[in-house]
Write a protein that binds this ligand. Structure first.
Ligand SMILES: *Cc1c(COP(=O)(O)O)cnc(C)c1O
Length: 231
């Protein structure tokens, strides 16, 4: 089941790339495995998945040693400063830097260990109260400037979580807004030549790819519905 799901998600990504004149090689599919048991992650790995997303530090730390070493782990959930020490140096990318306070705490831990940590700034494009990050443009621009100045962080791009919706088209303006923020005249200089746009989940990743996503985070579409009651 998981391998078929991955195959079909990839086909849909390829089709979205075709529609928008993009190269499928520029889109990374992250298998969001939060709450899912190791057997399912191993199935996804066997089907070719090397990028896995988790949103809880404890779960990430439990899973890392159980999976092959070439897995790239993506921290996609809210990160508390007191937990940075458990994941520092173990993630390929931290997607959820939403405050300068958090960025500085990662900086401190990374400096202590002589590491440079790849991060994204999380932007709450739709301004939803339930989500982390802010929609205020100036606040986000200041965060981008300040994060890029930290020596032990490498600001790779931006991430957003769009609203939950039955009609993915309604999220198109948010994906567009994230891309426009990154490519704006005053912000583009703070990002690398090939920047990361982490946007799009099971319900809307095709739209996100059409709007320039380089990383899509798909959970339900690969592993099925999550059951939080058993945890
Ligand atoms: C859970 C989660 C996802 C995956 O959500 P699905 O709708 O199951 O694809 C993506 N991004 C973040 C930040 C998440 O927490």
């Amino acid at each position: 089941m998981i391998s078929e799901n991955i195959k079909s998600v990839k086909e849909r990504i390829n089709a979205a790339c075709k529609r928008s004149g993009r190269n499928p090689e520029d889109v990374t599919l992250i298998s969001v495995s939060k709450t899912k048991p190791l057997e399912m992650l191993k199935e996804a790995y066997a089907a070719g998945s090397r990028d896995f997303g988790e949103n809880k530090v404890q779960e990430l730390c439990d899973k890392i040693p159980e999976m092959p070493e070439d897995v790239r782990w993506h921290m996609i959930g809210h990160l508390q400063t007191n937990k940075i020490k458990y994941i520092i140096g173990r993630t390929a990318l931290i997607h959820s830097v939403d405050t300068l306070h958090l960025a500085e705490a990662i900086e401190k831990e990374a400096a202590k260990r002589g590491l440079v940590v790849d991060v994204l700034v999380e932007v709450n494009v739709a301004g939803e109260d339930s989500k982390f990050g802010t929609s205020d443009i100036e606040t986000n621009k200041n965060l981008i400037r300040n994060v890029s100045a930290l020596l032990h962080l490498r600001l790779c791009g931006l991430m957003t979580i769009a609203p939950y919706t039955d009609d993915p088209e309604t999220n198109r303006p948010y994906f567009k807004a994230l891309r426009e923020l990154l490519y704006s005249d005053d912000m583009r200089v703070f990002f690398p030549e090939k920047p990361v746009l982490s946007m799009g989940m099971s319900g809307d990743y095709e739209i996100a790819v059409e709007e320039g996503a380089t990383h899509v985070r798909v959970g339900t579409g690969i592993f099925g519905e999550r059951d939080y009651s058993v945890r």
